[in-house]
Design a protein around this ligand. Sequence first.
Ligand code: SF4
Ligand code: SF4
Length: 86
Amino acid sequence: MVHGTIAIDQARCKGCNLCVTFCPQHIIALDTTHLNAKGYHPAILNDPQQECTGCAICSVVCPDVCIMVLREPAVSRRVTQEGNHV
Ligand code: SF4
Ligand code: SF4
């Protein structure tokens, strides 16, 4: 499985909850302990099990383009005749 993570620009987040609702892994929440300068509870990633797949749904649905998605480099699945992964 591809692993990913996200970086949220919390200063620009307006706490609309869309990313929280649409993340299929349910690993984004609003930080109710913190208000940003705009007066909103910003989104935070809560992914202790590293379940983020880098699917980018959160980034696509964010109306303010606050989320950058980072994915691990693709790993080749090709196997040589000698059985080595390349
Ligand atoms: S990239 Fe996908 S799995 Fe990762 S936080 Fe965003 S919506 Fe969730
Ligand atoms: S979708 Fe964007 S603006 Fe809305 S809570 Fe998530 S990061 Fe913040």
